[in-house]
Design a binder for this molecule. Structure first.
Ligand code: CO8
Length: 260
C-alpha cells in the first residue's frame, strides 16, 4: 500500500507503520491523518497481521505534533473538524482488535504524544522527549490528550504537564508511567519487535478480546466491568483456539493458534 506521509511494512504477523514527514519532524497534517485511518483499516482487515508497531521515520522524531503550519489559518469550524478527525483516528487505533505498540524514537510532542497515548503499549528510546506544548500555542490538546493523559498518569501530573507545557525526557516518562520501558536508541525497534513476537505467539482472538475487555472496563463501574469480562470470557470459550490452547497444554506441546 502506497502513501505520501506513511510507510507501511508487513512481515509475517507484524505491521510496522512509520510516520514519514521528515521535513516537518513527522508532524501530522490532515493528509497524514486520513492516510493513518486508511492504514489502520487495512491492518484491521488483514488476517495475517496480529500486532502493529507505530514509529517515526528517521532518528529525530516520533511525531513532533500536529502540523502547526497547517493549523495557522484554521477557523473555529475548521479547527473543530481537524480535532474531530484526529480524535477519530486515535480512537480507531485504540479500538483496533490487535495490539498496537508505539516505538517512540524521538520527539513525541502534542499530537505525537497523543498518538502514542492511543497505542496500547509505549516503548521509548532514551532520546525521546515528551510534552503537550499546546497551551503555549493558544490551543489545547485536541487528539484526545486531555482525556487520555489523566487516565494514564493521574489527574495532578496530567494537569501539571498540560498547564506548563513542560518537556520531559524518557526516564521521567517512565517514572510517571507514561511509557512501559526505555531502551538505547539502537535497541528500540528490536525490543518492539520482540514484544510483538511474544504477543503474536498467543491466541489472537483472546488477545483482541482482552484488549476490548480492558478498554471497555476502564470506562464503567467495577460491577459492570466484571460483567463485561465474563461476557467476553464466554466468547473465548466458543473459539477453536481455546480448545487448541488447552489441548496443547494437556498434551505437553506448543499450541498452533488459528485465530478462530
Ligand atoms: N508542525 C510543523 N512543522 C514542524 C513541527 C510541527 N509540529 N515541528 C517541527 N516542524 C518543522 C520545523 O518548522 C522545521 O521546519 P523548517 O526546516 O522548514 O524550518 C523542521 O520541522 C525541523 O524543526 P526545527 O528546526 O525546529 O528542529 P529543532 O531540532 O531545532 O527543534 C522541536 C525540534 C523542539 C521539536 C521544534 O521543532 C518544535 O518545538 N516543534 C513544535 C513542537 C510542537 O509545539 N508541537 C505541538 C504542536 S500543537 C499539537 O500537536 C496540537 C495537537 C492537537 C490538534 C487539535 C486540532 C485543532
Amino acid at each position: 500500500m502506497e502513501f505520501n506521509t506513511l510507510i507501511l511494512e508487513k512481515e509475517e504477523y507484524l505491521a510496522t507503520l512509520y510516520i514519514n514527514r521528515p521535513k516537518a519532524l513527522n508532524a501530522l497534517n490532515s493528509e497524514a491523518l486520513f492516510e493513518l485511518e486508511t492504514a489502520v483499516r487495512d491492518i484491521r482487515s488483514d488476517s495475517n497481521i496480529k500486532v502493529m508497531i507505530i514509529t517515526g521515520a528517521g532518528d529525530k522524531a516520533f511525531v513532533a505534533g500536529a502540523d502547526i503550519t497547517f493549523m495557522v489559518p484554521l477557523t473555529s469550524d475548521e479547527g473543530r473538524f481537524f480535532s474531530d478527525l484526529g480524535e477519530r483516528v486515535m480512537r480507531q487505533i485504540e479500538l483496533l482488535e490487535k495490539p498496537v505498540i508505539a516505538a517512540i524514537n524521538g520527539f513525541a510532542l502534542g499530537g505525537g504524544c497523543e498518538l502514542a497515548m492511543a497505542c496500547d503499549i509505549r516503548l521509548a528510546s532514551e532520546t525521546a522527549v515528551f510534552a503537550l506544548p499546546e497551551v503555549g500555542l493558544g490551543i489545547i490538546p485536541g487528539f484526545g490528550g486531555t482525556q487520555r493523559l489523566p487516565r494514564l498518569i493521574g489527574e495532578g501530573r496530567a494537569k501539571e504537564l498540560t498547564f506548563t507545557a513542560n518537556k520531559i525526557n524518557a526516564q521521567e516518562a517512565f517514572r510517571i508511567g507514561l511509557v512501559n520501558n526505555v531502551y538505547p536508541p539502537d535497541q528500540l525497534m528490536d525490543e518492539a519487535k520482540n514484544l510483538a513476537k511474544k504477543i503474536a505467539a498467543n491466541a489472537p482472538l483472546a488477545v483482541g478480546y482482552a484488549k476490548h475487555a480492558i478498554n471497555k472496563g476502564l470506562q464503567v463501574d467495577i460491577d459492570t466491568a466484571m460483567s463485561i469480562e465474563s461476557d467476553i470470557f464466554g466468547l473465548c470459550c466458543a473459539t477453536i483456539d481455546k480448545i487448541e490452547g488447552m489441548s496443547a497444554f494437556v498434551e505437553k506441546r506448543k499450541p498452533k493458534f488459528e485465530g478462530k
